[in-house]
Write a protein that binds this ligand. Structure first.
Ligand code: NAD
Length: 275
């Protein structure tokens, strides 16, 4: 016999009760970017105390964001700066959260960079910066978060931002060069997430990824009109996503609704990877 009760309408858990972050502490990194900012707002709307974190250069914007979230949703939100590629900086930032709120229950580890020089030729600086931030930074963050979640004995959930580029190479107009390092770094994020999901399962920590397609954000502001048009035409939905179209998957994966889900990826790409 299996020791799991069959459910009926009386014994089922309310979906709404499982889709809340009341009393929880949520961390969102890369929070000044469009995707991170929308996650932070989502967590705050669903009841969490949210910590928004990004690089020192955005300190003023971060402080304003934390203040706006607190004012709009009524739960205390704070801002912290850090460098995702620096282990000490990550740990110092997380220690400040634990000191302030006691623990971290859920996190959207969302920092990621691409570089214009990533055009199919080996360049050490480009390789190091992208891999350090996207791949090594994700490993550092997830392991440090899992240690905190293990300690609080309630477990937790982490969502890493990968990309549709983890499983495909983005199409390019005829004759243009291809990004190589960024997609490789995001493939690393997806595969690493599976390993980390297994490693920290015993501690009650679930770890998953979201893989956005083209989301209109700062990363695209410097693209040429030709590139933007090409991206739209090669996406089956024939448009970019807005950042809040990624939010639902992040919140779902961090919520109790996803209690049986770990080591997996949700792709939000307007159909791009169907082809
Ligand atoms: N926009 C897209 O089309 C798209 C598509 C697929 C995946 N993604 C991924 O989504 C995530 C969010 O991207 P976005 O579109 O909001 O772009 P974004 O570039 O606006 O946001 C990324 C944020 O990360 C921060 N950051 C960069 N390096 C950091 C570091 N070392 N330490 C701390 N913070 C750092 C930046 O300051 C920025 O605010 C990234 O991981 C990105 O790779 C974006």
């Amino acid at each position: 016999m299996i020791d799991i009760p069959l459910l009926d309408l009386e014994s089922r858990q309310s979906v709404k009760d499982q889709f809340t972050f009341e009393g929880k502490v949520a961390l969102v990194t890369g929070a000044i970017g469009q995707i991170g900012m929308m996650s932070a707002a989502g967590f705050a709307e669903l009841g969490a105390n949210v910590v928004v974190a990004d690089i020192e250069r955005f300190k003023n914007q971060l402080d304003k964001l934390a203040g706006d979230l607190t004012a709009k949703f009524g739960h205390e939100c704070i801002a912290l700066t850090f460098d995702a590629a620096d282990e000490t900086s990550v740990q110092v930032m997380l220690d400040k959260i634990v000191e302030k709120f006691g623990t971290i229950n859920v996190a959207h580890s969302n920092v990621g960079i691409g570089m214009p020089a990533d055009q199919g030729e080996y360049d050490k600086n480009t390789w190091d910066r992208i891999m350090d931030t996207n791949a090594r930074g994700t490993m550092i963050m997830d392991c440090a978060l899992a240690r905190i979640m293990k300690k609080n004995q309630k477990g937790g959930a982490i969502v890493n931002t990968a990309s549709m580029s983890a499983s495909i190479i983005n199409r390019r107009p005829e004759g243009c060069d291809y990004e190589v390092i960024y997609p490789a770094s995001k493939a690393c994020v997806i595969h690493m997430t599976k390993g980390l999901a297994m490693q920290y399962m015993k501690d009650g920590v679930r770890i998953n990824t979201v893989s956005p397609g083209y989301v209109y954000s700062a990363a695209h502001f410097e693209k040429t009109q030709q590139d933007i048009t090409f991206n739209i035409e090669t996406t089956p939905f024939k448009r970019y996503a807005t950042a809040d179209e990624v939010t639902g998957a992040v919140l779902y994966l961090c919520s109790d609704l996803a209690s049986y889900t770990t080591g997996t990826d949700i792709c939000i790409d307007g159909g791009y990877t169907i082809w």
